[in-house]
Design a binder for this molecule. Structure first.
Ligand code: F6P
Length: 198
């Protein structure tokens, strides 16, 4: 049976410093997760007779997802559309810095996280829209897929597959170092499980 696995990249240097966006490499704990992810997935790829079902790995074009996928022994594809929400003028800042430097922007995002668009950046609605071609391909694909993505992008993908209300998408729980396994049911809906790093 086909699986769709979603995971965020391992902890990055920016995650460690609580900075958003950027294109930083993995921190040491993120590197540990990358190795562990490979073991967790190899154990979970369903067997079809003697054969393991083929798997492809989709990453964003950012270095933290590419590094996280590095040890996965499967075919890999990079999608620009899987890149993290673009924070525009707030890229590289911490939430505290945003609150101090741009208090009105910070308040506007807290008020309506779904629709709020960063100056020269994106909103969750923008991300949901640009993910459409990727989601269509995910549905069309016959193989199992591992998507190594980012917090906002994976909230949107999870929200779509689990048919969550739009308003709930910006706060769905997609923690670091956790594999989300989606298993299609015959009726077209999905079973869903969080698998924490062992
Ligand atoms: O902090 C990691 C991160 O992926 C940022 O790059 C991104 O801006 C943020 O999460 C998205 O989460 P939220 O929408 O909750 O700010």
């Amino acid at each position: 049976a086909r699986r769709i696995w979603l995971t965020r990249h391992g902890q990055s240097e920016y995650n460690l410093k609580s900075r958003i966006g950027g294109n930083s490499p993995l921190a040491p704990a993120g590197e540990v997760y990358a190795r562990c992810l490979s073991d967790m997935l190899i154990d979970r790829v369903p067997q079809d007779g003697d054969q393991r079902v083929p798997v492809s790995v989709w990453t964003s074009t950012l270095c933290r997802t590419i590094q996280t996928a590095r040890y996965l022994p499967f075919f890999k594809l990079r999608w620009k559309a899987l890149d993290e929400i673009q924070a525009g003028t707030c890229d590289g800042l911490t939430y505290d810095e945003i609150a101090q430097l741009f208090p009105e922007e910070f308040a506007a995002r807290q008020k309506d996280k779904l629709r709020y668009r960063y100056p020269a950046g994106e909103s969750y609605l923008d991300v949901i829209q640009r993910l459409e071609p990727v989601i269509i391909e995910m549905e069309r694909e016959k193989e199992s897929i591992v998507v190594v993505g980012h917090q906002a992008v994976l909230r949107a993908v999870l929200g779509y597959f689990m048919a969550k209300p739009l308003e709930s998408i910006p706060t769905l729980d997609v923690p670091l170092h956790t594999l989300l396994e989606l298993r299609p049911r015959p009726d077209g809906t999905m079973d869903f499980e969080y698998i924490h790093m062992s």
